[in-house]
Ligand binder design. Sequence first.
Ligand code: FAD
Length: 395
Amino acid sequence: MITASKDQFESPDFYALDGLLTEEHKLIRQSVRDFVKKEISPNIEEWAQNAHFPYEIVKKFGDVGAFGPTIPETYGGGGLDYISYGLIMQEIERGDSGMRSTASVQGSLVMYPIYKFGNEAQRNKYLPKLASGEWLGCFGLTEPDHGSNPSGMVTNFKDAGDHYVLNGAKMWISNSPKADVAVVWAKSEEGRIHGLIVERGMEGFSTPETHGKWSLRASTTGELVFDNVKVPKENLLEGKSGLGAPMMCLDSARFGIAWGAIGAAMDCYDSARRYSLERHQFGKPIGSFQLTQKKLSEMLTEITKSQLLNYRLGQLFNEGKATTAQISMAKRNAVEVALNIAREARQIHGGMGITGEYPMMRHMANLESVVTYEGTHDIHLLILGKEITGIPAFE
Ligand SMILES: Cc1cc2nc3c(=O)[nH]c(=O)nc-3n(C[C@H](O)[C@H](O)[C@H](O)COP(=O)(O)OP(=O)(O)OC[C@H]3O[C@@H](n4cnc5c(N)ncnc54)[C@H](O)[C@@H]3O)c2cc1C
């Protein structure tokens, strides 16, 4: 049994950002923070070290409103704004990036496309069950030979009269081994990308688990394999086709990552701050040494700048004005800040920092996935480069 220290997290708010939040925002944040302290913090080290995905958390996430916060209440969602969504992701990832991945995928990559591109029958069939956590979903875009370049995908479907026949494979799919439904992106006979809803139990559909990850160990990851899967025609998402459709989903999920990664950074900073006052060397708290103060000051500065960036991006999302390049900047910035803070905070903890008593090593390892998925760090840089110059350097 691995025991982690009691969760004593206190959130940094150096620029009094709480003054910009509504009472509802603060209540939502508090309820998710309480949830994380009760359901995630006491267990996460053991889950992560044992590479265990706690399936029972899915229903609990549904109960606390972590799935589809911005989806209308008619379909079981939260009917909330994007700042609320960001705060929920921040609090969950403060607990663990793998746990946040489960919630992000369900809300932004499964419920969002069904809500946005699906018809009324599809919305009514899937969204309430996904919102409540009765069903778990996954999102299949990446393929073994097509990661940063999803437009090259080879997964395809053919019209076979009263149904489609789906063939191909997806890789690195969060939630896949336990998912009840998968939103899968595949090419039609005309070579156009469409979304299809594939359900567990369809003949020829399997979801082998990926083992041996050093990162996101409490999240389950796997493949999606389609061997002549008969998909009913009513499972096609008709509202939008082309690469722009999955990219819209990723915009929404990347926003959640920007907030979430800063949650992980806040956890590392808070642990380092407390440890620097408790740990004595040379007869003094290590927090009294200038080099420790430099580390803590720089962490707080980067967290504060990122909080402001995320908040403004949330406002732009609420107004429907956030651009893909703005989202790239926030995702890229947040993950880099979080990774640097995890490393610096680990140093402040000395040798103790490498143990499961403290969260830094777990956050650091998790963030190595977060810096890669939903667009790698370099791809986001190139999206910004294209925005600035008008010249795409990644094609
Ligand atoms: C734990 C985990 C969970 C994931 N969950 C999901 C999921 O739920 N659904 C899903 O669809 N996918 C998922 N992914 C996949 C993820 O989105 C991809 O790993 C990511 O897009 C990168 O693709 P790749 O791994 O094939 O790397 P590659 O695309 O092969 O990239 C390798 C390196 O080359 C660089 N590179 C590539 N092209 C260029 C270029 N044009 N210019 C400069 N550099 C370039 C990249 O930046 C990177 O450093 C997940 C990945 C992980 C690790």
